[in-house]
Structures are given as C-alpha cells and as structure tokens.
Ligand binder design. Structure first.
Ligand SMILES: Cc1ncc(COP(=O)(O)O)c(C=O)c1O
Length: 532
C-alpha cells in the first residue's frame, strides 16, 4: 500500500527533506512575487538540509500529493503519458484530441462553445483572455477573492486593460450588490471571477454574477477562472450565460500539469472573427489556434505549435472517466467529500478559512492552524506521515493556515482513502505537535497519550458516505494511543464503525458526547486586504 510504504520511508527522513520537495523554495529573494517570498520561509525554517535530494530518483516520490493541484491521478492516466514518441499527426492522437475537445464541452455544460486545448498551465488562460478578447484600454472588472483573482487582474493590466478590482477580506467573497453597482457605473467589456480562489478556498457565486450581468450589462462577457474548480464545482456555461471558462489539467480534471484549457462561447468567437485590431500576442492568438482546434475536432490533424501529445492523451483518459460518471455524480462526490473533511476538522476544533459554509469550496480546504502550531512544522509532520500539503499564501498569514486539495480521484474514488489518510495524518501530526483541543463543556485538556475516540452515527445515509473516514480515524488512534475506543449506535454495525460525528475526549471523562468544539487557535484576521 503506497501510504504505508511512504510512511516507512519518510519516518526515517529528517523533516527538513520537505523543503527539497519544493523547488520554488530553493531561492528566497526579495524580488520574487509574494507567494514565493512567503514560501521561502519554509526553507529557512528547515535550514539543516541534507543532500538527500541529490540521491533521489523519481521512484522515491511515494507520498500522497494532497495539495490543491497537482493532484493524484489514476494509473490509467499515467499510463497514457508513457507512450513512446508519438506524432501529433498520428491518427490515434488525433482521435484522442478530438474526443477530448468534445468531452470538454460536456464538462462545462455547453453544446456550442469552442475549446482551446494548448500546451501550458492555467496562467496561460489569463493571457489568452487578455490577448484575444480585450483591446487596448478596454475596461475589465475583476472580482477577486484572493491571490489568483488579483493575479488575473495583473495579467489583464499587462496587456493594457483598464482594470478595476473588487476584493474581499480573507475568507470572504466580493459582494453581489457591489458588482451590480460597478457594472452599472461603467461599460465593462469583461467581468472576471475566480470560481475557487486557491489562496483561501472560497467559492464564488458565479451564477449570481451571471444573473446580474444579464440584467444590468448584457454586453459584458463573463470570464470564469475555474482552474481550481473545473469538474469539482457546478458550472453550466449555456444555462448560466458564462462566456469563457479557464481551466488546467492538473486539478479536478485529474491529469498531471501541462495542458491549458479555455472554452469560449460562440459570441466571443464571433467577436474574434470580426476583430480588426491586431492580437498583441503570438503563441496564444486564437486566430492561429481556432482552425487547429476545429480541425482536430473534425478528426483531422493540423499544426500551429507542437501539442504536448502524451499529456493531452492522458487528459483525454481522465476527462473521459469524468464524463462517463456523469457531471452531476462527479459534482456530488466532491460536495460530499468536502463536507466530510470539514466536519472532521471542525470536530477537533479547527476552523476553515472561508467565513461560512456557503463560501467553502468543494475542491479544496484552507484551514486556520491552532495557536502555537505553524505551517512549516505541520508540513514536516505530515510529510513524515507520507502526505504533502500546502501552506498559506496571504502575507502575514502564510504560516498560520494550511491548504489541502480533496478533488479529482481523491473525491471521486473513495476506495483510495486519500482524504481519509490525510485526515488521519493531520490528527496524528497535530497531536505530535502538542495540540490540545478543548471544548466549552470540557475545559480539561486532552492528554494525547490517553486519548479515546467515540464515533457516533445515527444517519444511515451519511454512515455510508463517511464510513471510510470513520475507520481511518479509528486506525489513527489505534496507532497513536493505547486507549482507543469506538462506538456505533447500531448493534449490527460492522466492526469498522461509521461516523457522522467524531468526538475526542480524555479517558478520564465519562465519554459522553461533547458539545461542538470551539476554535482552539487564535482569532482569524478581521481586517486584512490582499497584498501584492
Ligand atoms: C484559481 C487559479 N487560477 C490560476 C492558477 C494558475 O494556474 P497554473 O499554476 O496552472 O498556471 C491557479 C493555480 O493554482 C489557480 O488556482
């Protein structure tokens, strides 16, 4: 089992190894963007580095990658990446890309929109929008819930757009009444929305934005950055009136990084065809890519720039799996797993960064850490348990929260127990770091050496949904303590208890259920703006 193997390997490795796993941590510099500067904290923190990275080969990467992308992928997807050299004119590749282009319309809920599938990352989608839709001085309204929303705005500015940003405090979302007022005040060519901002885990109300646009500014194009949401959060291009969706291969679409995906409505394509000003870019010019995409969809090869053949074939496999399951099924699975994860962390007193459940993404979670525990310490512990997570991004708070992805196969294939294993490692790591969880009805702190777990369930539907989680949490405490206890409310329950509620209590107590725990850490920030 990969996780056990990973544990066996990494238990013996110094926690400082983690900084070697992230090349972006290697060169702290004041000239780097904030994200990288903040991340560089980790390398200072783990300063006693060994030369382990020089001895590693790719087989040594056995831990579960539970960051909010790149995410774990199916073996069949990896296999599709391992073909020998394949021509981009090979009929098998042509058939594969044709299928992918068709299936992407299904994923995003459109019968007529035009997909652009080109080698690159999610960021390339920002450039595609800026270069192909906007002209010098066009007005763009950027709805930003964090780092990635702001980044999109910066990209638009780089192409000469007149950008207005509406943003929110950490954990909150822009307000729809502000959006309406802003759209009424100026003639905006586009409004951009980060569907899930990966810096905070906040999901935006895309449908709400579309409804306002339809009502007060119908000529404005709605552009959704769905890089961290595609195939995890509901989105229906045709039904809602979305003009452009940006995505990338390495998140809930279930493939390694390397493919930039943009899908544009017919009215956007019509405007492109009528455009008289030149497109201020070469590689991302849709005038060059449009005939190529149309040709591949019609099962004929074409060339403008070499596609990443293997990664696109792999993406075809993963997207096919998604479409075969049915989009509603895939969205529901993400919803369920996200709810289970949130329930688990709240039960041990942790608080999600999103201010309330309606703002919480189904694709990933950002979670405040308890006071006294900082992200580098948690990341090192998690790594020693074979799990890789991400830290915070906001300046001043980078070490105070962590982020994990529960998307792609980690949500759709629960038999993998990826999220269960992450919860298990998280609880274990927090205990090892001395986390003491208290609840209002229980002022006595929990002794980690004398901990019991009671798992209570009386909802048959959620029993099924959460059974993996309950069992894994149980396994954690069997491993962690001498004194684990499991309970179910039904006599015929399987030996592996299922849980809708997990209650931690010290063995000295009577074992009655505690009231919901309060947040054990410091107060989340009240008044913080996003920093560049
Ligand atoms: C919401 C969002 N937009 C854009 C990007 C940029 O994508 P990439 O890193 O693939 O360039 C990311 C990356 O995580 C993201 O989460």
């Amino acid at each position: 089992m990969p996780l056990l193997r990973a544990r066996a390997i990494f238990r013996s490795i110094s926690p400082s190894y983690i900084s070697r796993a992230f090349p972006t941590l290697a060169k702290p510099s004041n000239s780097l963007p904030v994200y990288h500067r903040l991340s560089s904290y980790s390398i200072h923190h783990f300063s006693s580095l060994s030369n382990l990275h020089q001895q590693q080969n790719m087989d040594s990467i056995t831990e579960l990658c539970m960051i909010p992308g790149p995410v774990e992928v199916e073996a069949s997807v990896l296999k599709a990446m391992s073909t020998k050299a394949t021509s981009h004119m090979d009929p098998r590749f042509i058939a594969s890309l044709s299928e992918l282009i068709k299936n992407l319309k299904v994923v995003f809920g459109s019968t007529s929109a035009q997909p652009f599938v080109i080698a690159g990352s999610g960021t390339l989608g920002w450039d595609q929008v800026a270069a192909n839709i906007l002209e010098q001085g066009d007005k763009a309204l950027v709805l930003s819930n964090g780092y990635f929303g702001d980044g999109f705005g910066d990209c638009l500015k780089a192409y000469g757009a007149d950008v207005t940003v509406l943003n929110a405090k950490i954990g909150d979302s822009f307000k729809l009444d502000q959006v309406e007022a802003e759209l009424k005040s100026k003639n905006y060519k586009i409004v951009t929305v980060s569907h899930v901002d990966t810096s905070s885990g906040v999901v935006a109300d895309v449908e709400g934005v579309c409804n306002i646009v339809k009502r007060v500014s119908p000529d404005t194009r709605v552009v959704v950055d769905s890089v961290c949401a595609a195939a995890a959060e509901r989105l229906y291009m045709d039904k809602w009136g979305v003009d452009v969706v940006i995505a990338a291969s390495q998140k809930a679409l279930g493939c390694p990084p390397g493919v930039s995906i943009v899908i544009a409505s017919q009215r956007v394509i019509d405007a492109l065809n009528q455009r008289t000003s030149s497109i201020p870019a070469y590689y991302v010019s849709w005038k060059r890519w449009l005939p190529v995409m149309q040709s591949y969809e019609a099962k004929k090869g074409a060339y403008f720039a070499t596609p990443c053949v293997q990664t696109m074939m792999a993406l075809d496999v993963s997207v096919r799996h998604i479409v075969e399951q049915g989009m509603e099924e895939v969205f529901s699975k993400h919803e369920k797993v996200s709810a289970q994860f949130t329930e688990a962390i709240k039960r041990v007193g942790l608080r999600p960064v999103p201010l309330d459940d309606s703002l919480r993404s189904n694709a990933m979670s950002a979670v405040w850490l308890p006071e006294g525990i900082s992200y580098p310490d948690l990341a090192a512990k998690m790594f020693s348990h074979g799990i890789v997570i991400s830290g915070g991004i906001f300046k001043g708070y980078a070490t105070q929260y962590f982020r994990i992805g529960h998307m792609g196969i980690s949500a759709t294939n629960q038999s993998l127990h990826n999220v269960d294993a992450t919860v298990q490692a998280l609880f274990g790591s927090l205990l090892e770091l001395g986390y003491k969880h208290t609840s209002p009805s229980q002022t006595k702190s929990i002794d980690k050496n004398n901990l019991r777990v009671r798992i209570i369930s009386n909802d048959s539907e959620s029993q099924t949904a959460i059974s993996g989680l309950g069992r894994r949490v149980g396994q954690l405490d069997v491993g962690q303590t001498e004194n684990a206890e499991y309970e179910g409310t039904k006599p015929d329950q399987s030996p592996h208890p299922t849980a809708t509620r997990l209650v931690l209590f010290s063995s000295g107590s009577k074992g009655t259920e505690t009231s919901p725990p309060r947040y054990a850490g410091g107060s989340p920030p009240e008044d913080v703006s996003y920093l560049k």
